[in-house]
Design a protein around this ligand. Structure first.
Ligand SMILES: Cc1ncc(COP(=O)(O)O)c(C=O)c1O
Length: 194
């Protein structure tokens, strides 16, 4: 599909809720390890460094082969029955984790992982309050959008309660605003004291 056609379909049939960077967003059509190519054939290095899902590179041959093998075998199942892969993966993963980190809960996205982390922490501690840092992105699902303190992702809708936002003291110090950092720590300490 050409760039122009994709832009036209996007305008007509794709929700504007999907944001793009830049007025003329790059259209990526191929990837290999650390490289990506756009529709004009231009090659980019490390274009998505910040997007965690490509931490092993694009179309990494070992990962590609594992995906192919699995697709030939079985490509959908459920946790209510046993399935070899989740157990093979859990065993390999915990062997690399330190200390008591020996139990896995796999999720599909960052939002889902953060939702679960908050839910587990609330259930485990029997406390409800969560402190999140300002300007940090934690996701856009119901819980995580309340943690996310960025106006880009806020809407005029009721939000989950008991989330308090604090200035990131480290960042403030880094940007030479020691007073701001002290204030943030003081406010956080006061709030934690109740
Ligand atoms: C730090 C951080 N937390 C949470 C998320 C949300 O992850 P997802 O988009 O997979 O739900 C992201 C996504 O970019 C992220 O960068």
């Amino acid at each position: 599909m050409s760039y122009e056609r994709a832009m036209s379909v996007r305008k007509k049939h794709v929700s504007p809720g999907y944001l793009t960077y830049y007025r003329q967003p790059v259209m990526i059509c191929q990837g290999h390890m650390q490289y990506l190519w756009d529709t004009s054939g231009k090659r980019y290095l490390d274009l998505f460094g910040g997007i965690v899902t490509v931490s092993v590179g694009h179309c990494q041959p070992k990962v590609k082969q594992a995906l192919r093998d699995q697709m030939d075998l079985l490509w959908h199942t459920t946790n209510i029955y046993l399935h070899p892969k989740i157990h093979e993966y859990a065993e390999k993963l915990v062997a690399r984790l330190p200390g008591d980190l020996k139990v896995c809960y796999f999720t599909n996205s960052g939002s889902e992982a953060n939702e679960l982390a908050v839910k587990m922490a609330r259930l485990h501690t029997a406390r409800h309050d969560v402190v999140a840092l300002r300007n940090a992105y934690h996701g856009a699902s119901p819980y995580t959008v309340a943690l996310t303190a960025s106006s880009n992702w806020q809407y005029n809708l009721p939000r989950t309660s008991a989330v308090v936002h604090a200035v990131n003291p480290y960042l403030s110090q880094k940007y030479n605003s020691a007073q701001l950092a002290r204030n943030a720590r003081m406010r956080l300490a006061l709030w934690l004291k109740g």
